[in-house]
Design a protein around this ligand. Structure first.
Ligand code: B16
Ligand code: MG
Length: 214
């Protein structure tokens, strides 16, 4: 293993709950109640794709102008929720893993669907730890398409098969598998189907796990 690619929302910081909160408000405006089980399927999807899913579940069709307004509103709500993020919000195990990678000379990249990724990493104070940042602004295809991870590996100059991806979403794990990378699913009290390995949190991964893979 020669590189790590981290997803952002749900792996580095618990912003997944803010996406859910924002989408619930948008859904309520359509008279639709977004369930937690449905939200699981939205994780890792782009903002636009998420709205498409919600509209199809709600069996609602809106025109392009309304769609644009919904996307803007969703981001406005989300930005309000993440406004006060700080170093304190970095999830357990992230810094340990970043330090381990630095010690072993393993480059790390970010592979996120979010267009807010740079802003969030800045707030957390760890933007400079990533050699490469691929986000929703640098990709055209949403997870489960592997583009985001393949781009990351390509810029790092590492063979995809030698990359470990940390993901909290079904779409993201499928994207990593399609890229032929080693997918590590992070899911508290459960498992992400199709993930090559599963852990409750990044903090639960023993460093020997990486020593063995390296
Ligand atoms: P934004 P990740 C994804 O981030 C989220 O999981 C997903 O829920 C969200 O819709 C997507 O980013 C787009 O985010 O609205 O900020 O552009 O998990 O791939 O880091
Ligand atoms: Mg995620």
């Amino acid at each position: 293993m020669r590189a790590f690619i981290f997803d952002l929302d749900g792996i580095i910081v618990d912003t997944a709950k803010y996406h859910f909160k924002s989408w619930r408000i948008i859904s309520k405006n359509f008279g639709f109640e977004l369930l937690e089980t449905q939200n699981e399927l939205l994780k890792g999807l782009s903002r636009e794709e998420s709205l498409e899913r919600i509209l199809s579940w709600a069996e609602i069709s809106i025109d392009e102008f309304e769609r644009k307004k919904c996307l803007e509103k969703k981001n406005e709500l989300y930005k309000g929720f993440i406004n006060n993020l700080s170093q304190m919000d970095i999830l357990p195990g992230v810094i340990k893993l970043i330090n381990f990678a630095a010690l072993k000379g393993i480059p790390i990249a970010l592979g996120s669907a979010s267009k807010n990724a740079h802003q969030i990493l800045k707030k957390l104070g760890i933007e400079n730890k990533f050699k490469v940042i691929i986000d929703g602004n640098s990709t055209s295809k949403s997870k489960p398409h592997p583009e985001v991870f393949l781009k990351g590996a390509q810029i790092l100059g590492i063979n995809p098969e030698q990359v470990i991806v940390f993901e909290d979403s079904i779409a993201g794990v499928n994207a990593a598998n399609k890229a032929k990378m080693v997918s590590v699913g992070i899911c508290k009290g459960g498992k992400i189907e199709n993930a090559r390995f599963n852990f409750n949190s990044l903090d639960d991964i023993p460093l020997e796990f990486f020593e063995n893979l390296i």
